[in-house]
Design a protein around this ligand. Sequence first.
Ligand SMILES: *Cc1c(COP(=O)(O)O)cnc(C)c1O
Length: 241
Amino acid sequence: MEEIVFDVKQNLSDVVSRIRAAERRAGRKEGEVKLLAVSKFHSERKISLLADAGQVLFGENRVQEAREKFIPIKSLRPNVKLHIIGQLQTNKVKKAVEVADCIESVDRIPLLQEIEKRCSELGRNIQVFLELHTAEDSKSGFSDVDEARKALAMFGEGLFPHVEPKGFMTMAPFTEDEGAVRRSFSTLRETASALRREFPFLPLDELSMGMSGDFEKAIEEGSTLVRIGTAIFGGRDYGAK
Ligand SMILES: *Cc1c(COP(=O)(O)O)cnc(C)c1O
């Protein structure tokens, strides 16, 4: 059956309007919040359609899937940027850094060491976010801020010359409890500003937080990058893979 794709462009423009409206409500600078279109489980065709409509940033969870879709997409559209946003096993780093522009899900120091090693071998640089654990029921991210601080200190010592720490990422808890979601976002914002004060020489400007169900709250809480899948691409058919 012919896949129906015409709605993804409309969905994209609706989401962009909602982002701009949330920026205005929150008194944020217009255009300050960037959109990462999370295309996991969605076809290369839909992604290409959005890329041709001007969408630049895309996110994928799994390295193999990301490579299958984005090696061809990026070879035709060199302006497209890919972020890896899912938990990354150390043995997948080599394959990841060949295709990704940014790894948002950095949750441990050994992962940074492997990213540095592989980027140095390839002679390329990459951006990263440190993922921080900000809610009880989520599993991913540095759960110990001291460990994240140690990672930043290692950047300060020049141990990761091929890696640029752009900021912080978090996943809010999956709950109807709005207060808990907001607390997770404000925890990221506050932890980030404390760490920026300790490491003023590192870039660390970005806060990646907010998904389809909660991005407007995230923008009110200071997000600079929202990661949106379902609201653009529709539901994911996990059974298809
Ligand atoms: C899948 C995913 C998203 C997007 O989620 P939606 O609810 O579909 O918008 C964002 N961030 C991460 C880390 C994800 O795995």
